[in-house]
Ligand binder design. Structure first.
Ligand code: GLC
Ligand code: CA
Length: 513
């Protein structure tokens, strides 16, 4: 278990949209390097970067054409190596995005695999043995070559499924994870990991980690596959950290992952908090966090004590936090995000409340995700300081609003969201009880018009976090004794015996006597 995860706080960077340093309208590695001080000064000590490898960009780089080469539009492998070194110099760890479930149709493995003559890559992907039979999956590629078969796709049709075998096999072309083809696929992916870990990256966010073994309804085959991967990684790269896009911590952490995300899909009730018509973080008080809390506690119970359940502020696949969480509610949402166990993940731009840009034409397979991927708003210069390219050449159009938030403006405003995020990260780093492995006990579960309140505890230190998004004061019963607050927003809690009253739209973190 990498020790550095005990207090890691992550910042997610979508490289296309972060900072463009050569005026081609697309962000690049040098842009990320230039902003490492910004990231460190906010308190982040870890980064996850979306895929930055050679790709036709049919799905923003989640369609890899060569796992070993950085996409030239971002820079070279040497630049990426320099990025790792510059990050490390500032105490920042860097995770790359590993896409093990599929490649682009342009990957040389797929080109070989398409050939009708048997070769070393014939079994690298999931193919049926007749073009008239389609595999059950997201779809398939048929008659793309003279190979007689259909190839399963894992997501979009430009993403053929790599072959890790089938858990339940009902057709002759479905291979076992123990067959030569699937074993070679896994070995090839291990080599990719070794290559980048040796070059200086600190681990991976694993794309669709749950998707590898097919016909695997309970995930048992995929869990076994990851256990195999971790038995090697723990020996060869014990400090490498791995976070899964899975969304079911009880499965992924059993597979050996150090962390799993709660996502906008899956059973976690994550959407109840930030992404629905009546989110919990709203002053209308119609939202309900209690199903989230119940499910969270169940997952923690099943996941065991070592794994981290990570709650992201957002990511490149969902609408921005600011779409449903309005005004000061964003401050309450961040108080929650930055005081929960598990490593927090903040999506670039969420720290300034960047908006979801409505009605954009899809870019690189973004579709409705495109509005959450618009270029970072740094300052009030042209293109918000993102790029010196003409506006029409930007990767994605920016938020056109005159009052769009910028990092520069918020840095100078002591009451800004950015400064609140900075303050909360620094509190988290000062109090082990608030960090990734500390315990949690809910004392009020955020039912409609109720507070969300929980104790955090580690090494004898105990704190109470209490949040009231509702526009009226709320009460809950509590037997502990609040002493001084280490943080408040919107007013202080009032304690009268075993009753605590929280002012409207407020949040606080209290020491206990
Ligand atoms: C993951 C990525 C998403 C991508 C998909 C296919 O969900 O986060 O952006 O489109 O996998 O790789
Ligand atoms: Ca550029």
């Amino acid at each position: 278990m990498p020790k550095w995860l005990d207090n890691a706080v992550f910042y997610e960077i979508y490289p296309q949209s972060f900072l463009d340093t050569n005026a081609d309208g697309i962000g690049d590695f040098q842009g990320i390097i230039n902003k490492l001080d910004y990231i460190r000064d906010l308190g982040f000590n870890a980064i996850w970067m979306n895929p930055c490898f050679l790709s036709p960009f049919g799905d923003a780089g989640y369609d890899v054409a060569d796992y070993y080469t950085a996409a030239p539009r971002y820079g070279t492998n040497e630049d990426l190596k320099r990025l790792f070194a510059e990050a490390h110099r500032r105490g920042i760890h860097v995770l790359l995005d590993l896409v093990p479930g599929h490649t682009s149709v342009e990957h040389p493995w797929f080109r070989e695999s398409m050939k009708p003559e048997r070769n070393a890559f014939t079994d690298r992907y999931v193919w049926t043995d007749s073009v008239w039979e389609a595999p059950e999956s997201m779809g398939c590629l048929r008659a793309v070559s003279q190979r007689d078969g259909s190839c399963a796709v894992n997501f979009f049709t430009c993403q053929p499924s790599l072959n890790y075998g089938y858990y339940n096999r009902t057709r002759p072309w479905q291979q076992s994870p123990e067959d030569e083809g699937p074993k070679a696929t896994l070995e090839a992916m291990m080599d990719v990991m070794r290559f980048w870990l040796t070059m200086g990256c600190d681990g991976f966010r694993v794309d669709m980690a749950m998707s590898l073994v097919k016909n695997d309804p309970d995930g048992l085959g995929t869990i076994a596959l990851w256990q195999k991967v971790f038995s090697v990684l723990e020996r060869e790269f014990p400090e490498a950290a791995m976070v899964s896009e899975w969304g079911e911590p009880e499965k992924s952490l059993r597979g050996g992952f150090h962390m799993d995300f709660l996502l906008h899909f899956g059973p976690s009730h994550y959407n109840d908090l930030f992404r629905c018509e009546e989110p919990f973080f709203s002053d209308r008080g119609l939202g309900d966090a209690s199903a989230f809390v119940e499910r969270y506690l169940e997952s923690r119970e099943k996941a065991g004590k070592d794994g981290l359940i990570c709650i992201p502020s957002g990511n490149h696949d969902m609408v921005r936090l600011a779409k449903h969480v309005e005004g000061d509610q964003k401050k309450l949402a961040f108080t929650f995000l930055l005081t929960m166990p598990g490593a927090p993940f903040v999506y670039y731009g969420d720290e300034i409340g960047m908006r979801y840009v409505e009605n954009l034409t899809s870019v690189e397979g973004g579709f409705d995700r495109t509005g959450a991927r618009s270029p970072m708003q740094w300052d009030s210069c042209v293109n918000a300081g993102f790029s010196a390219a003409p506006k029409e050449k930007l990767y994605i159009p920016q938020d056109p609003a005159a009052d769009r938030p910028t990092a520069a403006q918020q840095l100078t405003d002591p009451d800004s969201l950015l400064n609140l995020v900075k303050q909360l990260i620094s509190l988290r780093q000062a109090h082990p009880a608030l960090q990734n492995r500390g315990g949690i006990t809910f004392v009020s579960k955020g039912e409609p018009k109720q507070a969300l309140a929980y104790e955090r505890e580690q090494d004898g230190e105990k704190l109470l976090v209490a949040i009231n998004p509702f526009r009226e004061a709320v009460e809950f019963s509590y037997t502990g004794k609040l002493t001084e607050p280490v943080f408040t927003f919107g007013g202080k809690a009032f304690q009268n015996g075993e009753r605590i009253t929280l002012p409207s739209v407020s949040a606080g973190i209290y020491k206990l006597g």
